[in-house]
Design a protein around this ligand. Structure first.
Ligand SMILES: Cc1cc2nc3c(=O)[nH]c(=O)nc-3n(C[C@H](O)[C@H](O)[C@H](O)COP(=O)(O)OP(=O)(O)OC[C@H]3O[C@@H](n4cnc5c(N)ncnc54)[C@H](O)[C@@H]3O)c2cc1C
Length: 414
């Protein structure tokens, strides 16, 4: 018989993570409520997070690292615990179900955007020189990173990448720019993907892109622009420009020509993390809506008694259960090695997760009437966040393209 119970050590991990939030995150949030909750205080006039907010985030990362949480899902080559996809999905789900949307400091507990920060998979093959100079600071949360792949004309179509790295004695010279990069305005170091073999890249063949480690404060790097999205007045997405930036050979991440392989490995992990985060947030939203439906009365009865409200609650639950089941199955496939790379299943979880979170938040807002539209209950924040998740780590259309391509190649088993 299949066993869906959560092993006690994973349950313990979930409890430790949530207890950490109660002990370390909530008191800091309470002390800094206005700064963290009100965007007019959280961001400066250029849309950047204020230094006080960045300092609070740094404190949480450091404490999380001390508690052994920050590096839980990193690769053992980097000193991470590499607990696997099943516990990763469970911890992210629990963390976001506990927190709900819009909690600025929660992201710093275990870095749910697994490719951007902390022990990013892009660092797995970093050189000895980089490792000894930077790994300790990354693992303790002192410094942060960004994953710089997308460009103005190279999003889904990464073969349009224009950023180039040319050979110079002892290293490489980078020129180009990147756009929509999470944490670019604040990162200490960038993991930058650049074309090193233009001919191969022009032919859309693998081997033409290399990943580089670039200090964000190095001469020639500029990154002043914040790119706010979905109605926010500031944010963490930014532009990066590289103007004759020289880096030594030891700052190549992995092998020359293997950048896209590293990027895709990281993005695949990111897709599963997005699925888990969508699941937790959708559960949080449904709890708010169900509580409201049980108390609010219209026409002399609780709104939860009206068939149309019941249908919305039931549709949310159906979406949530579908994602929960498919995420658990995907994580099991990957951890047990019985599903190969599970390419179509990973895309299914990403597209279904991000789209179902939009549906769930939208229905829950409807159930709360005008209160659902006010951001006091943070449903509106959740809808904006869910909407944004249909774009990164491969848009919904790119996921569907991947699923169909796999099917047409004969990958028909689930
Ligand atoms: C919140 C957020 C965080 C992000 N963080 C990062 C980051 O940290 N690092 C990074 O490098 N990038 C990041 N990105 C960028 C993201 O990866 C790109 O935005 C994404 O790949 C889409 O590229 P694009 O915006 O250029 O859209 P385009 O690729 O131009 O697509 C435009 C539209 O055309 C559709 N489309 C494109 N090609 C096809 C096709 N073949 N078939 C069908 N439809 C197609 C798309 O689905 C989309 O609807 C982030 C984006 C967001 C929104």
């Amino acid at each position: 018989m299949a066993d869906f119970s959560i092993p006690s050590d994973w349950q313990q991990l979930i409890e430790t993570t949530l207890a950490f939030c109660d002990r370390e995150v909530v008191p800091l949030e309470n002390e800094n409520r206005e700064l963290l909750e009100n965007e007019r205080f959280r961001f400066d006039e250029r849309g950047k997070l204020r230094l006080e907010v960045l300092e609070l985030k740094r404190q949480i990362r450091r404490k999380s690292a001390e508690a052994g949480l920050y590096t839980l899902f990193g690769d053992p080559r980097l000193g991470g615990e590499d607990l696997g996809f099943e516990p990763m999905a469970l911890v992210f789900e629990a963390l976001f179900e506990y927190a709900g949307p819009g909690r600025t400091l929660i992201e710093d507990v275990v870095y749910p955007s697994v490719l951007t920060n902390g022990l990013s998979p892009v660092l797995n093959e970093m050189s000895e020189e980089l490792r000894s100079a930077h790994l300790a600071d990354i693992a303790c949360g002192e410094v942060t990173l960004c994953f710089a792949l997308t460009e103005a004309d190279a999003g889904s179509d990464i073969w349009n990448m224009r950023t180039r790295a040319e050979r110079v004695p002892g290293g490489w010279r980078l020129n180009g720019s990147k756009q929509w990069i999470t944490n670019a305005p604040y990162a200490d170091y960038c993991m930058v993907f650049a074309v090193t073999n233009p001919e191969l890249h022009r032919q859309r063949k693998p081997g033409g892109v290399t990943a580089f480690w670039v200090p964000a404060r190095q001469a020639g790097v500029s990154r002043d622009t914040v790119l706010p999205i979905v109605g926010h007045i500031g944010g963490d997405l930014g532009l990066l420009t590289f103007d004759d930036v020289e880096v030594p050979d030891a700052w190549v991440l992995g092998d020359v020509g293997q950048g896209l392989r590293l990027a895709l490995q990281a993005i695949n992990k990111g897709r599963i993390a997005i699925g888990a985060k969508c699941l937790g947030l959708a559960e949080w939203a449904l709890q708010r809506a169900a509580e409201y439906a049980a108390h609010r009365t219209t026409f002399g009865t609780r709104i939860g008694e009206h068939g149309q409200v019941q249908a919305m609650l039931a549709d949310c639950a159906t979406d949530i259960y579908a994602l929960k089941t498919m995420l658990a199955h995907l994580a099991w496939k990957l951890d047990s090695g019985r599903g190969g790379a599970a390419i179509k299943e990973t895309s299914i979880v990403k597209v279904f997760g991000s789209e179902m979170a939009c549906r769930v938040f939208d229905r829950c807002m409807q159930i709360l009437g005008a209160s659902g539209l006010s951001n006091e209950i943070r449903l509106e924040e959740g809808l904006r966040w869910s909407r944004s998740m249909r774009i990164p780590d491969g848009t919904s259309e790119i996921q569907r393209k991947t699923i169909a391509t796999q099917l047409l190649r004969g990958d028909m088993k689930f």
